[in-house]
Design a protein around this ligand. Structure first.
Ligand code: AHM
Ligand code: MG
Length: 336
């Protein structure tokens, strides 16, 4: 048994990525190095979050608005900068795209060799930060097509989410967890603070085809289209459903990944595209949940088939267990 425990402790994230790729070729090395950098970013953000209430200037708003028209939190800025610092001089990633930056961030010195773009939401669920509730980071890696240094992001706006080669999230909860996929299933790692390493805690996670949880902000009920309201009436009237909504997508999806169910952020009459952004929120999570045997839909189209119209384009999101996503879709499509 002690030997098994030791073996388990040695299954670090970088080792796992290399093992998943069954090769130590250039691409495997690159992906493993990128995942290591993401893990470093996660540890830096986790460290700051853990002590945020004690560190002067860690919490609260900056007073600025981001490109989405949302008030920026100091932690958003910190976490955004962490990813930049971690990937500068890495030789790995040529461009970064983030919720907190209007335009792509180029790292020209990396571009000749760094064939990848990193898309990320540095702090998902920012409203939870100041009250010490779980938040997350979301990321995706795409192969860069061409040496696009004109800032147009044209390749990102010509491809759909199937172009992602890796995606995942970090959950800053009671433990810090990193969950990722590089197209070979979904694997979860737990940060062991005494080692400073992410250690494999669940391999090949598969979510059930149906779960009892539905996760949606019902405060928007009267702003939705009627079919959505009908779906909610359905779950209210049928036994076996339970509501969970944490205000941070990563936490809500994490629960669904392990227990099944469905998360929804539908469009409203005024904002038909909803709130969540395709490139660094919906598409990475869709990739992950599909890899775990679930589905992600806009209501009428697979999320991974959507080609974004802009870097910060939004889309409605219905994601989780196959049967539960299909049930929501059946309400939407019956009325269409
Ligand atoms: P953020 O990345 O700016 O924090 O916004 C995304 C978050 C999601 O994590 C969460 O599911 C949603 O916004 C909550 O929004 P609302 O308060 O409208 O329910
Ligand atoms: Mg977000």
């Amino acid at each position: 048994i002690p030997e098994q425990a030791l073996d388990r402790d040695c299954m670090t994230l970088s080792r796992h990525v290399l093992q998943q790729l069954h090769s130590f070729g250039a691409e495997a090395q690159d992906l493993s190095a990128i995942m290591n950098r993401i893990a470093l970013a996660a540890k830096l953000i986790a460290r700051r979050l853990t002590r945020a209430g004690l560190v002067a200037g860690a919490l609260g708003f900056t007073g600025e608005m981001n490109v989405q028209g949302e008030s920026v939190k100091k932690m958003d800025v910190y976490a955004n900068d962490v990813f930049i610092s971690v990937f500068k001089q890495s030789g790995l990633v040529c461009r970064l795209a983030s919720e907190e930056m209007e335009n792509l961030y180029y790292i020209p010195e990396n571009c000749p060799i760094g064939r990848y773009t990193l898309l990320y939401d540095p702090i998902d669920g920012s409203s939870n930060v100041d009250i010490n509730i779980n938040v997350g980071s979301i990321f995706a890696i795409r192969q860069q097509e061409g040496l696009d240094e004109d800032g147009t992001a044209s390749d990102l706006l010509q491809n759909n989410g199937r172009n992602q080669i890796a995606a995942g999230y970090v959950l800053y909860g009671p433990s810090t967890m990193l969950v990722y996929s590089i197209g070979t299933g979904v694997h979860a790692f737990t940060l062991d603070p005494s080692l400073g390493e992410f250690i494999l805690s669940s391999e090949n996670i598969r979510l059930p085809d149906h779960g009892s949880i539905y996760s949606v902000n019902e405060g928007n009920f009267w702003q939705w289209e009627e079919p959505l309201r009908d779906y909610i009436r359905y779950v209210h009237r049928h036994e076996g459903y339970t509501a969970r909504y944490g205000g941070a997508l990563v936490g809500d999806i994490h629960r669904i990944l392990f227990q099944g169910g469905v998360f929804l952020y539908p469009g409203t009459v005024k904002k038909p595209e909803g709130k969540l952004r395709l490139l660094y929120e919906s598409a990475p999570l869709a990739y992950l949940i599909e890899q775990a045997g679930g589905r992600a839909s806009t209501g009428t189209q697979e999320i991974l088939d959507v080609v974004p119209e802009a870097l910060h384009a939004r889309s409605p999101l219905i994601i989780g267990s196959k049967d539960d996503v299909a049930l929501v879709e059946s309400f939407i499509q019956d009325r269409a």
